[in-house]
Design a protein around this ligand. Structure first.
Ligand SMILES: Cc1ncc(COP(=O)(O)O)c(C=O)c1O
Length: 376
């Protein structure tokens, strides 16, 4: 069996032909496809404004530049890719790691306890982990009650919704960010986007994406002004054309992810001491399919299981190691937070392969290999 990765892009012939067209056109970058992709993302998410950037980390970096000041305290999750909290550090602000709930998402009740204790906390960075949206009503309540900034990290959750509110609509947040890395729900190779409903934030982001430069109607034709220290975080027209084409396929990709998740769910229903991270939820975008295994009940250890599945060419993964326990974070004084749910989750979680083109044969191979090793 070929390697079955945990995630993989789905690129079809029409994706390739739109990219070819751009390659033959006048603009490889800063051309018309950029705004076209931004409009398409606004339409899909329901947000007013969108700025596409070179990757999800760049999206987080620019967002933190706009939302935070030096030394601002920000509540965030240990259960994410490093980029979420790194972006807080990029602007010399201070992440505070809050424990997660059983579904892997940040515990917003605990966030409220922190907000009650410390009125100087400025923001929450929430990740819709695995594609499963955090409770938007609670987010709305926290934003209004404590007057804080909210960033939604939607890197996993393009296509997700909560009570019909699409991830990235920013209904209850200042900013949402996306990643279009190949394992994500749609891809542009590398790529990212920021959505917002604030014109002020939008204009600032546009400038920061392009070296902090602005141009106005009153300037001479050759003039531009650098107002901030920005970056070149632009996404090319080549990538945007791919993104537009991929976005059209997103709902179809999601259906495939649901079908695979339901199939996995059905299989695990029959087993003991291993269960899906959460019961089937159509509101999740199922970027990841995670099971929790109570290894205390099995004779095989997590490490042995990982190694043996990888020997069988199954790209099993773990999302995520707790960020606060990384050596760099430890060097900053993190690592001893009381996070019993995260600790338990880290012992139990496994990400199984899920992507639109994962065949039933390969799904069966994953399931049977896992079952064979656990119940040998
Ligand atoms: C939750 C989360 N946030 C941010 C990122 C960063 O995105 P990128 O890899 O496009 O920089 C990722 C990527 O894996 C992610 O999973």
């Amino acid at each position: 069996m070929n390697i079955v990765n945990y995630g993989k892009q789905t690129i079809l012939k029409d994706d390739i032909s739109v990219v070819e067209k751009v390659l033959e056109s006048d603009f490889l970058t800063t051309g018309p496809k950029v705004q076209e992709f931004e409009f398409a993302l606004c339409k899909y998410t329901g947000a007013k404004y969108c700025v596409v950037v070179s990757n999800g980390t760049a999206a987080l970096h620019l967002s933190s530049m706009v939302l935070l000041n030096k030394n601002d305290k920000v509540l965030t999750t240990p259960n994410s890719f490093l980029a979420t909290s790194n972006s807080i550090l990029y602007v010399e602000a201070k992440p505070i790691f809050v424990d997660i709930k059983e579904d892997g998402n940040i515990d917003l009740e605990l966030c409220e306890e922190e907000l009650k204790k410390d009125s100087s906390i400025k923001a929450i960075y929430a990740v819709h982990f695995s594609g499963n949206p955090v409770n938007q009503e609670k987010l709305e309540y926290l934003k209004k009650t404590y007057d804080i900034k909210i960033l939604e990290d939607c890197a996993h959750s393009l296509g997700a919704s909560f009570n019909e509110i699409k991830a990235g609509s920013c209904k209850n947040s200042d900013i949402s960010i996306f990643s279009f890395h190949p394992v994500k729900n749609i891809t542009t190779g590398e790529g990212g986007a920021i959505t917002t409903n604030s014109k002020e934030i939008y204009e600032k982001l546009l400038s920061l994406r392009n070296h902090g430069i602005i141009k106005t109607q009153t300037m001479k034709p050759w003039e531009y002004e650098m107002q901030d220290l920005g970056f070149n975080y632009r996404l090319t027209d080549i990538q945007c054309a791919l993104g537009i084409s991929q976005l059209k396929k997103l709902d179809n990709f999601l259906e495939k992810r649901y079908t695979i998740s339901k199939r996995y769910d059905k299989f695990f229903e029959k087993l003991e001491n291993i269960k899906p991270l959460y019961p089937f939820r159509k509101e999740s975008a199922y970027h990841l399919y995670i099971v929790r295994v109570d290894f205390r009940k099995f004779s095989i250890s997590k490490e042995e299981l990982f190694n043996k599945l990888r020997d069988k060419n199954i790209g099993i993964q773990l999302h995520y190691m707790p960020i606060n326990k990384q050596p760099f974070y430890k060097s900053l004084g993190y690592g001893d937070e009381y996070t019993p749910q995260m600790d338990r989750y880290y012992e139990e979680a496994l990400s199984l392969p899920i992507f639109p083109s994962l065949s039933e044969e390969k799904q069966n191979y994953v399931i049977n290999s896992l079952k064979g090793l656990l119940y040998a």
